[in-house]
Ligand binder design. Structure first.
Ligand SMILES: Nc1ncnc2c1ncn2[C@@H]1O[C@H](COP(=O)(O)OP(=O)(O)OP(=O)(O)O)[C@@H](O)[C@H]1O
Ligand SMILES: [Mg+2]
Length: 235
């Protein structure tokens, strides 16, 4: 299924051709609440096309991770619609890095490529190139358990990219990183988008915002307080 480019986020280079890319995510008038709670947000609408990088921001608890789960199809929005083309490959990099303790960085990164029947040597070469892009060249032979939090998070990004997704969802990738590494992650995500992937990143980080085509601030979509000072709840 393909969608028109209506309301697509602006192409980073302003070119007409980028605007013609297929829409990977279409969010329309979305609102969401968990049972027994008030609406987190309402009327959230945006499109993300292949080749675009979008940041979702907002205070802690505003529903950034929840929005990723709506896009991934794990949860259904209370209001509105989320559409992703049928068959699109989605990878999600979670907030907390996780991996097998005694496996090496290169093993973990190259596995998704090997699983697509690419010869091991070629898969490792491709994975090593990406590890280099993410500042992990010196760590290819390190065990997962020996990585710092930031290194482990960057490995999770590389691993997701090695799955060759059409849509990459990334939750708070810089929470454990210093400013220099955060800027690197922003630039790397931008590079991935420029190679044709649609990327949505939930982040508080201004260094990542700077690399993005557009930023959706969920605070702008919080329901207005009612006369009693509470948030509107939906029956
Ligand atoms: N399955 C669930 N059931 C009930 N409430 C939930 C569920 N998942 C999340 N919430 C609540 O929804 C709100 C939004 O959570 P979410 O994790 O999406 O926020 P966030 O913006 O990602 O926050 P942070 O910046 O801290 O990661 C929180 O109040 C959270 O407790
Ligand atoms: Mg979150």
């Amino acid at each position: 299924m393909r969608f028109g480019a209506r309301n697509a986020v602006a192409p980073r280079d302003g070119s007409a051709t980028r605007g013609e890319q297929s829409t990977m995510v279409q969010v329309r008038d979305v609102g969401h609440r968990f049972p027994g709670t008030a609406l987190l947000y309402e009327h959230v609408s945006f499109d993300v096309a292949a080749g675009q990088l979008l940041a979702v921001t907002g205070p802690s608890g505003s529903g950034k991770s929840t929005l990723l789960s709506l896009i991934a199809g794990w949860d259904k929005p209370t209001l509105g619609t989320v559409e992703v083309p049928r068959g699109a490959r989605i990878c999600w990099v979670f907030q907390n890095p996780y991996g097998p303790c005694y496996r090496t960085v290169l093993d973990i990164a190259s596995f998704p490529i090997i699983a697509r029947n690419v010869p091991r040597a070629l898969a490792q070469e491709q994975a090593a190139g990406l590890l280099d892009d993410f500042g992990l060249a010196a760590k290819v032979d390190s065990r997962f358990c020996d990585l710092s939090g930031g290194e482990a998070q960057r490995l999770m990004l590389v691993r997701a990219i090695c799955c060759a997704p059409d849509l990459l969802l990334v939750d708070e990738p810089t929470a454990q990183l210093d400013m220099r590494s955060a800027r690197q992650v922003g630039e790397s995500l931008s590079l991935l988008a420029s190679r044709g992937m649609a990327v949505i990143v939930a982040t508080h980080d201004p260094f990542v915002w700077k690399a993005c085509d557009a930023v959706v601030d969920l605070e702008r979509f919080m329901p207005l307080a009612d006369a009693e000072g509470g948030a509107h709840a939906v029956a």
